[in-house]
Ligand binder design. Sequence first.
Ligand SMILES: [Zn+2]
Length: 131
Amino acid sequence: MEKLLPPLTHCSKPFYDGCNQNELRLQFCSGCNTYQFYPRSVCHSCGDDSISWVNASGRATLSSFTVVRRSLTDAYEAPYTVILALLEEGPTMMSQLIGEPGRCEIGDSLLVEFVEWGGEIKLPLFRKSFE
Ligand SMILES: [Zn+2]
């Protein structure tokens, strides 16, 4: 079995196109000056449809993690660390930590890195940052 790939929809395709160009893209609502992730057709905060795509810094803080020790299928090499990354712009993104599984603490600084996932798609994973 291959890895599961995200569905490319009208809403999500600009995000994954950005990942393939090593850009972490978020939606920004000019109606209420709010960033949002995951992609939606309207602002989650005010309901406005005046949202545009902007590049995020790629910097985040580790807000939660767990180590997966039994993989879903052979396509995933366990153990690996699933994380919640609090992006500098505000939204939280579920991702994986690059590096030794579980070797992290809540509050660690993170930096995005784009990794080949299969199916000609890259996904944004995070690595601990010591800057
Ligand atoms: Zn809004």
